[in-house]
Design a protein around this ligand. Structure first.
Ligand SMILES: *Cc1c(COP(=O)(O)O)cnc(C)c1O
Length: 417
């Protein structure tokens, strides 16, 4: 018989692009008693969450709800519901998560065309728009904030061009929602997927999404009647009629998910009670801070961190004009073992920073400044610790100046913590 020790995770300072630290109020929310999913008290919490998702995504869309699963589940639900086999899909790729969109779209049976950009850069919107004119896709899928390279793609012109041509545009805003402006309606985005464990600072496990009537129209054409729940006379067309193919997933079928989240509450899955509590409390905290104040806080912590890192003699990776404010990519100094630095930060200081993927593996560190982790205390703690660790690794660092440079930035804006 094995006896396992009582669960006792070490306190950490998490400065990665997710998962990040969570406000204790959100953790507390997860410990409350379970309510039944059709209990009016619970459905009213579900409605609150929908309203708050609309506010965070800056949209008046009727449909705004979480998909149960990690952010990837939201991406998959949107793509599998909107892409019919044989549809033409255009995907501009500028990092790892663009390839994820491609992979999912291909699994949906799409005829995919990709545009690829050298990592560290983003697309000039005109490049994407001319490809849209050339390819005439049914749908464009694109990442907003690429966590793998720390870049942000401007979307407004691309969204408006898609609307003019009546093409659907789907956006992965997993890394940006709650940390950087995402203007669903103003930028004419048809479907947007957010993430919980990044700038919203809620544990991983749900993917808030929103989509408009244009997207809904496509979803409804593919609707299937589920025996025992819905009936043919329900005002529902049966998928497969009129040449439209039914959505190939039950769990991720947005037509069923929206019935579940609508006042009809048609049974689908069992809602994740504790995650819904966390989502509602996390979004409440985001909106109480105020989106603009929250974006300003992310900008300030970014500025302080960058000032400190630069003063320490470290260089930043990528094109500065499209830097994602919530992810900071640093070139690993020549001759330094990046993984050894990360291990020492974790073991001696309890700080976690991220490595990187694919072509950037071993070349850069990625430091997140996201959500609850994005604080003055964490930035200063990290700068002090990194200096000590780099000195230990034989890097010549002007000692003490990194923290001082960050403090200088804070002196200019004393109110924000
Ligand atoms: C983190 C991330 C994802 C994947 O999220 P999971 O919650 O791990 O499924 C997708 N896209 C982007 C841009 C991300 O940063």
């Amino acid at each position: 018989m094995t006896f396992y020790s009582e669960l006792s995770p070490s306190p950490r300072t998490i400065m990665t692009p997710g998962p990040v630290e969570v406000d204790p109020r959100v953790l507390r929310a997860m410990s409350y008693p379970i309510l039944g999913q059709f209990d009016p008290e619970f459905t009213s919490l579900m409605n609150d969450a929908m309203e708050m998702i609309r506010a965070v995504f800056r949209t008046d869309n009727q449909w705004a709800f979480p998909v149960d699963g990690t952010s990837r589940s939201g991406i998959e639900a949107v793509l599998v519901s909107l892409i019919e086999p044989g549809d033409k899909v255009l995907i501009p790729i500028f990092g790892r998560f663009g390839y994820l969109l491609q992979e999912i779209a291909e699994r949906c049976g799409a005829e995919v065309t990709v545009l690829e950009k050298t990592w560290g850069q983003v697309f000039d919107p005109e490049e994407v728009i001319s490809a849209i004119h050339r390819e005439k896709p049914d749908l464009v899928a694109i990442v907003h904030g690429e966590t793998s390279t720390g870049r942000i793609q401007p979307l407004e012109e691309i969204g408006k061009a898609c609307r003019e041509l009546d093409i659907l545009i789907v956006v992965d805003a997993v890394a940006t929602i709650g940390g950087v402006p995402v203007e669903t309606d103003d930028w004419c985005l048809d479907a947007v997927i957010g993430g919980t464990q990044k700038c919203l600072s809620i544990p991983s496990g749900m993917a808030p999404i929103t989509y408009n009537e244009r997207a809904e129209r496509k979803v409804l054409r593919r609707k299937r009647v589920e025996k025992g729940i819905r009936q043919a006379g329900d005002g529902i067309q049966t998928g497969g009629l009129d040449g439209f193919s039914p959505v190939r997933s039950n769990y991720f079928d947005l037509s069923q998910l929206q019935d579940y989240w609508s006042p009809r509450r048609l049974n689908h899955h069992t809602e994740m009670t504790s995650m819904l509590y966390a989502l509602r409390e996390g979004l409440r905290i985001v909106l109480a801070e105020g989106l603009d104040a929250r974006f300003a806080r992310h900008r300030l912590q970014e500025a302080a961190l960058i000032a400190g890192l630069t003063k320490m003699g470290l260089s930043l990776y990528g094109d500065a004009s499209c830097k994602l404010p919530v992810v900071n990519c640093i070139d690993i100094p020549p001759g330094v073992d990046g993984e050894s630095v990360r291990s020492m930060l974790l073991d001696s200081f309890g700080i976690e920073i991220a490595s990187s993927f694919g072509p950037l593996k071993g070349k850069i560190w990625r430091i997140g400044t996201m959500g609850y982790s994005c604080s003055r205390k964490n930035v200063l703690h990290l700068l002090g610790a990194l200096e000590a660790v780099l000195v230990r690794h034989g890097v010549r660092v002007p000692q003490g100046l990194g923290v001082q440079a960050a403090l200088d930035v804070y002196d200019q804006v004393p109110k924000i913590t």
